[in-house]
Design a protein around this ligand. Structure first.
Ligand code: PLP
Length: 387
C-alpha cells in the first residue's frame, strides 16, 4: 500500500481548525469571557419558516408508504433543476438547460470533485489569497499551481496568468477579499480561457450579495463562457443552508464535459438528500424568495455597519460591498496571526487571519458580516477601546 504523499504533505491543520483550537484554548483559561466570533463565514440567522415547512413536508412523505421515496436521480430532481434554470438563469437572458444543472450537497464537494475531470498533468491557476479548498484540492491531486497574487495596490484584482494555465479557479464575489469583477474584467478571463483552451471553475457562492448592476451574477452573462466555464453555486450563503447542505454546478454541454460529469456523479454520488432538495425548491417560491431577501438584507446591512465602523476606527478596509466579507489591514507592527491573537486576548474577538488564505493574505484579517449584529456592534465598541 502506498499512501497519497500529496495529501500527507498538506499543512497540519485546516485554517478554521487552527482558529477553533486557539479560541478553545483561550476559552479554557478564560471561561467567563464573552467571545465574539466574527471570523468564520457561517450564517447565523435561522432558516425561514417556508423552508422549514418544506423540509417537514418532505420528512412526512418519507414516513408514509404512499409517498415514500428511495434514491433520487444522481444529478438531482428535475423540479429543482428546472426551478434553478427558471429563476437563476432565464431571467438574466442565459440559456442553460436542466440537463446541464447538477444538484450537489454543497459547493465544497463539487469544487474538489471537479478536479477528477482533468488529467493530473494540467496546471492550475489560483488567486492568492484564496478560499483554501482550491489549493488543498489541487495539492492533493499533485498538480502544479500557478499563483495569481491579488494585491491591495491592484484592488485585489488578479492579473491574467503569464503562462498557459489549464484550469483556473475564479471566485467572485471573492472570499476572502470581497473583490468583485465587472463585466469587462470577467470578459478578459473568458477570452483568456478561450484562447488558451483552459477551463474556468467559477465559484459563485456569494452571488446573492451582488448589488452593483455592472457586476455579473453568472459567468454565463459573458458571451462565449459556456464553452470554457463551469459554474459552482451554493444555497449555503444565499439561503442559509450551511447545515442543510445543498448546492449546484452547471456543466454546459458546450464544454464537452457534461456527460463525463454525469458519469462521474452516477458512480460516486447517489444524489443530494430529498429533504435538502425540497428545501432548496422552497427558496424559489414567492414566500421563499422574500424570506431569503430579508435575511440577505440583514447581512448586507451588517456588512455596512462593520465596514463603516472599522473605517471610523482608522482601519484600512476592503470588500463589504457586493460581498459579505471585510478584508482589513492589520495595524502596523502586527502579522495577521499576531493581530488575531491580540484581538482574541485583549477584546475576545475572533477574526480570520489573512495569512491562512495564502502568503499574500499576510498583513490582513477577514471579518464576516454573517456574524450576529449585536456581536458586531459590541466588537466595534471593544475595538474602539483598543484604538
Ligand atoms: N466556495 C466558497 C468561496 C466558500 O466560501 C464556501 C464556504 O464558505 C464554499 C464554496 C463552500 O460552500 P458549501 O457550504 O456549499 O460547501
Amino acid at each position: 500500500m502506498f499512501i497519497n504523499t500529496h495529501l500527507q504533505q498538506l499543512r497540519g491543520h485546516y485554517l478554521f481548525t487552527e482558529i477553533a483550537n486557539r479560541t478553545k484554548a483561550y476559552q479554557q483559561t478564560h471561561p467567563e469571557a464573552h467571545v465574539l466570533r466574527l471570523g468564520i463565514g457561517d450564517v447565523t440567522l435561522p432558516l425561514p419558516s417556508v423552508i422549514i415547512e418544506a423540509m417537514h413536508r418532505a420528512v412526512d412523505e418519507l414516513a408514509s408508504a404512499a409517498t415514500f421515496r428511495g434514491y433520487g436521480p444522481e444529478e438531482g430532481y428535475l423540479w429543482l433543476r428546472q426551478a434553478i434554470v427558471d429563476n437563476d438563469y432565464t431571467p438574466r437572458g442565459i440559456h442553460v438547460s436542466p440537463e446541464e444543472v447538477f444538484i450537489s450537497d454543497g459547493a465544497g464537494s463539487d469544487l474538489g470533485n471537479l478536479s477528477e475531470l482533468f488529467d493530473a498533468s494540467n496546471t492550475v491557476a489560483i488567486l492568492e489569497p484564496s478560499y483554501p479548498a482550491y489549493v488543498d484540492t489541487s495539492r492533493m491531486a499533485g498538480r502544479e499551481i500557478i499563483w495569481l497574487p491579488c494585491l491591495a495596490q491592484n484592488n485585489f484584482y488578479p492579473a491574467l496568468p503569464k503562462q498557459k494555465a489549464d484550469i483556473i479557479y475564479l471566485c467572485f464575489p471573492n472570499n476572502p477579499t470581497g473583490t468583485v469583477l465587472t463585466r469587462d474584467e470577467l470578459s478578459r478571463w473568458v477570452e483568456y480561457a478561450r484562447t488558451n483552451h483552459s477551463i474556468i471553475l467559477f465559484d459563485a457562492a456569494y452571488e446573492a450579495f451582488i448589488e452593483d448592476p455592472d457586476v455579473p451574477h453568472s459567468i454565463y452573462e459573458i458571451e462565449g463562457a459556456q464553452e470554457v466555464a463551469i459554474e459552482i453555486r451554493s444555497f449555503s450563503k444565499t439561503a442559509g443552508f450551511t447545515a442543510v447542505r445543498c448546492g449546484y454546478t452547471v456543466v454546459p454541454k458546450a464544454t464537452s464535459l457534461q456527460t463525463m460529469w454525469l458519469r462521474r456523479q452516477c458512480t460516486k454520488f447517489n444524489g443530494a438528500s430529498y429533504i435538502s432538495q425540497r428545501a432548496a425548491e422552497a427558496t424559489y417560491t414567492p414566500e421563499g424568495k422574500a424570506a431569503i431577501q430579508a435575511n440577505l438584507s440583514y447581512y448586507k446591512q451588517t456588512a455596512q455597519i462593520f465596514l463603516e465602523g472599522l473605517r471610523t476606527l482608522g482601519y484600512e478596509v476592503f470588500g463589504g460591498k457586493n460581498a459579505p466579507y471585510i478584508w482589513c489591514r492589520v495595524p502596523h507592527g502586527y502579522t495577521s496571526w499576531s493581530f488575531f491573537d491580540h484581538l482574541l486576548h485583549t477584546s475576545q474577538i475572533v477574526c480570520t487571519p489573512g495569512a491562512g488564505f495564502g502568503p499574500t493574505g499576510e498583513g490582513f484579517v477577514r471579518f464576516s458580516a454573517f456574524s450576529n449584529r449585536k456581536d458586531v456592534e459590541e466588537a466595534l465598541k471593544r475595538m474602539k477601546k483598543l484604538a
